[in-house]
Design a protein around this ligand. Structure first.
Ligand code: ATP
Ligand code: LTN
Length: 344
């Protein structure tokens, strides 16, 4: 683990699949925090296109969504001068490392993963890639010797599996990997679907009307989705763990995260008001928060050259870390080093 000697800043790795439209759950649970904390850390933020194809993606749509996610990272405040933004498939070390980690990962660890169980249950045929998804995720994290992985609640189990894989590899082949920590937000780790607050808001369902507010939705669409958000038959506007009040609690959490007001102040502010007023105010707070993001996104999407440069630079910076690391991993498992050949 040669990084220990030279390490200065805490290293952070995280990623989003370009498999649908990003929503405020992705923003509040993950991307916003990455942006807020980036200046104190060394950051790698990946667009995980190889993860996305574990379920079929239309190739043209995948290309478009990959650019969209990259543009939204920047629009949400991730500064490419500070943080490395790159596309997973641009750095071949991720695939190479996955093969090696596959060989130290028992299949039993993978079939137990909640995301695999949920996603495979609704598919006729399940790809090997879907089962192997968490090993690719472990490669993403371990190649960069990341100390921290900021994610929403749903990804905690995958980061814990990454820790298990790292520890097993280290035991078998000697200290090679940093064992990373999952970092969940105190609030906003699980933003719920507006049309069903018993479930988490999901990118793959963001197209279903009323499910989510997408980061690129226009104000009227946002007002409409929040107006129709499922709440309960009561009247009380307060933070609560009661499953009956999950819809109201979800709206309050979003309001809290976007205004940074205290829970006491928020409850006092809404005392005596009805759900319709709560919804109106939440919608306006979301619209205001998304306005600058949408402006920056539009300008990035309309000038492909700027984004291309950011991604080329990101791939080079990521490769400079992941390339030597994968060589170290190959040496650890006993692969013979290739003799440098002139002209190649
Ligand atoms: P999919 O439906 O394709 O699985 P997703 O909406 O779960 O997509 P991911 O790409 O899996 O999105 O996740 C990106 C990041 O956003 C992860 O850190 C994840 O934990 C976080 N995240 C996703 N959904 C939510 C949510 N509802 N609340 C908080 N964080 C979330
Ligand atoms: N599985 C993650 C996306 C992801 C990721 C990562 C997150 C792929 N590789 C590495 C953190 C670190 C998800 O959010 N669905």
């Amino acid at each position: 683990m040669n990084r220990e000697k030279t390490k200065q800043k805490t290293r952070v790795f995280s990623g989003v699949q370009p498999s649908g439209d990003l929503h405020i759950g992705n923003y509040l649970g993950a991307i916003r925090r990455w942006a807020a904390e980036q200046y104190l850390k060394e950051n790698y933020f990946c667009i995980v296109d190889m993860h996305a194809i574990t379920v079929y993606q239309d190739p043209e749509v995948l290309r478009r969504k990959t650019r969209d996610v990259a543009a939204l990272y920047v629009a949400c405040g991730i500064d490419p001068a500070i943080s490395t933004i790159f596309i997973q498939s641009h750095v071949p070390a991720h695939a190479e490392c996955t093969w090696i980690l596959n060989c130290v990962t028992p299949v039993g660890w993978l079939v137990r993963m909640t995301q695999y169980k949920v996603k495979s249950a609704v598919q006729e045929s399940v790809s090997t890639g879907l089962l192997d998804y968490p090993v690719l995720q472990a490669s993403d994290i371990l190649l960069y010797d990341a100390d921290e992985v900021p994610v929403g609640e749903d990804q905690k189990q995958h980061v814990e599996l990454t820790r298990d894989i790292a520890q097993r590899f280290n035991r078998l082949y000697g200290e090679t990997f940093v064992v990373p920590e999952p970092r969940l937000p105190a609030s906003g780790a699980r933003i719920r679907a507006f049309n069903d607050p018993t479930r988490k808001m999901s990118k793959s369902e963001a197209q279903v009307r009323g499910h989510a507010v997408r980061l690129v939705d226009p104000p009227d669409e946002i007002r409409m989705v929040i107006k129709r958000a499922v709440t309960d038959t009561g009247r009380e506007i307060r933070f609560s763990d009661d499953p009956q009040k999950a819809g109201v609690n979800n709206l309050l959490e979003i309001y809290e995260l976007l205004t940074a007001e205290s829970r006491l102040d928020i409850e006092a502010h809404f005392a005596g008001k009805g759900y319709a007023e709560l919804k109106e105010e939440v919608a306006e707070v979301i619209i205001e928060a998304l306005r600058p993001i949408q402006e920056r996104y539009q300008s990035l999407i309309s000038d492909p050259a700027e984004l291309d440069d950011i991604l080329a630079d990101g791939a080079a910076r990521a490769s400079a870390v992941a390339g030597p690391k994968v060589q170290e991993i190959k040496a650890r498992v006993g692969f013979l080093q290739k003799k440098p050949c002139e002209g190649l």
